[in-house]
Design a protein around this ligand. Structure first.
Ligand SMILES: NC(=O)c1ccc[n+]([C@@H]2O[C@H](COP(=O)([O-])OP(=O)(O)OC[C@H]3O[C@@H](n4cnc5c(N)ncnc54)[C@H](O)[C@@H]3O)[C@@H](O)[C@H]2O)c1
Length: 423
């Protein structure tokens, strides 16, 4: 990465393409009038040029349009959309970005981005996540690609962690460029997972939930809860919350965090009390068990259940009868049959994938109770990573990190060691 450092220090890239100013290339989008810019990075042998963090929109405006076959020779005349400079968003910067942009605004923006990607669902690789189970939790890798970018998320789920002062869910994610295989972006994803899960809940609610409801019941007031409340308000206009958690400290934290954000909040005495006469229900509990945080008799017929907490074999939230008598919607059927509420149903239990509803290929329900059996799918993390990368590139929230070895001569990796000590 000496060349990148040199560029930062003001050394000119060679040769300088039209529009480049001090290491940045700019183009105006003729449709929107928006100015798009990208950092030009000089890497390895001169005169190789690479365009770092080049959005597909900007890539389309580059003339000549960069071609994949240019990558092989790295011709000086071309701009190569190789994403060589690795951007990193750490926890502190993620928290600042979310706080200063507003979590509700981000969840809303991400909901739109998710809808765009759900509409092109068949373009993505879709495999159930790779899970390593232990008696206390699970560690998972969630990969996907759309043929241009590749992402994976590392995530765990350990419901007993809070008793030890640790979180149930932690995560980080990586995005890579399919053309070169180079990673381009790495980000914390514990906060980002909460945002993307809220955005997924909002997207499902947009297509599946009743509209004329201002109150939502929430069972579970842990890490995901406030984000879920904001997502459902942004999408459905929910203004009142009825919350129940078995842990009064979690409930008190939930009330404290949301008090200044304009919700009316009622603390319920039980789950049944929370969902009484309520047509929108979010369950976001964590228990490594086939729990039944809600009983069939508690749920108002025709209600909408956004069930996000049952997401692992042997870890479910709902009385199975609720699911049996509902229209059930899922993200990726193959994964949800392993991890979701429907793991307790027959292998051919009928479900509908949400993307089909969004594309107009399947109905949004038949008037029965609706369950969105959410487990979280890799395409949502892909979307979240792409969304954040786009939002923070060129801002103080993102920093370059030196993660990938970049020898001046790509075949001389050993040369990076300088004069190593002999054995
Ligand atoms: N579907 C998704 O995409 C997705 C994404 C993130 C997290 N999750 C899951 O959502 C759940 C919540 O995650 P979190 O990070 O908020 O966990 P958390 O541990 O911070 O909070 C869970 C809360 O549930 C409460 N709880 C447990 N059993 C309960 C019960 N019977 N009734 C009422 N409350 C109960 C706990 O006291 C705790 O406050 C977890 O199971 C997690 O794995 C799903």
């Amino acid at each position: 990465m000496q060349a990148l450092d040199a560029l930062r220090d003001g050394a000119p890239a060679h040769p300088e393409p039209a529009g480049q100013r001090g290491g940045r290339l700019t183009r105006i989008n003729p449709q929107s009038g928006e100015q798009l810019s990208v950092e030009i990075v000089k890497i390895g042998h001169a005169p190789t040029l690479a365009v770092a963090m080049c959005s597909p929109e900007l890539r389309n405006l580059l003339d000549p349009a960069p071609q994949i076959d240019r990558l092989a020779g790295c011709p000086a005349a071309g701009l190569i959309p190789t994403l060589m400079a690795m951007l990193f968003v750490n926890v502190q910067n993620m928290a600042r970005w979310v706080s200063e942009t507003g979590p509700e605004a981000i969840i809303s923006g991400m909901t739109e981005a998710l809808e765009r990607n759900f509409r092109r669902w068949p373009e993505f690789d879709r495999t159930p996540r790779l899970a390593a189970h232990s008696p206390v939790g699970v560690i998972e890798l969630m990969p996907t690609t759309d043929g241009e970018a590749y992402t994976f998320k590392y995530v765990n789920g350990h419901p007993g962690n809070p008793a030890h002062g640790l979180q149930t869910v932690t995560a980080f994610g990586v995005m890579a460029d399919v053309y070169t295989g180079y990673p381009t972006f790495i980000s914390e994803m514990t906060l980002l997972t909460a945002l993307r899960t809220a955005a997924t809940s909002a997207l499902a609610a947009r297509w599946l939930a009743p509209r004329d409801v201002d109150t939502m019941a929430m069972i579970g007031a842990g890490s995901q809860a406030e984000f879920q409340a904001l997502g459902m308000r942004a999408q459905l206009g929910i203004s009142k919350l009825r919350v129940f958690d078995v842990d009064p400290a979690a409930t008190a934290k939930f009330v404290r965090n949301l008090r200044g954000l304009g919700f009316g909040i009622e603390v319920a005495a039980s789950a049944a009390d929370a969902v009484r006469d309520t047509r929108i229900i979010t369950t976001c509990t964590a228990d490594k068990a086939n729990a039944a945080v809600l009983q069939f008799a508690d749920v108002t017929p025709g209600a909408y259940l956004n069930a996000i907490g049952g997401d692992c074999p042997g870890k479910t939230e709902l009385d199975p009868r609720i699911v049996e008598e509902a229209d059930v919607f899922v993200e990726h059927t193959e994964q949800t049959r392993i991890e979701g509420e429907i793991q307790r149903q027959a292998a051919d239990f009928p479900v509908t994938e949400l993307w089909r509803v969004i594309r107009g290929e399947a109905p949004a329900g038949s008037g029965r109770t609706v369950v969105f059996d959410s487990v979280g799918f890799a395409i949502e993390d892909f979307t979240a990573l792409a969304y954040v990368r786009e939002a923070v590139t060129g801002t103080r929230y993102a920093e370059h990190i030196d993660l990938i070895a970049g020898p001046d001569d790509p075949k001389d990796l050993f040369g990076m060691l300088g004069a190593p000590v002999p054995a």
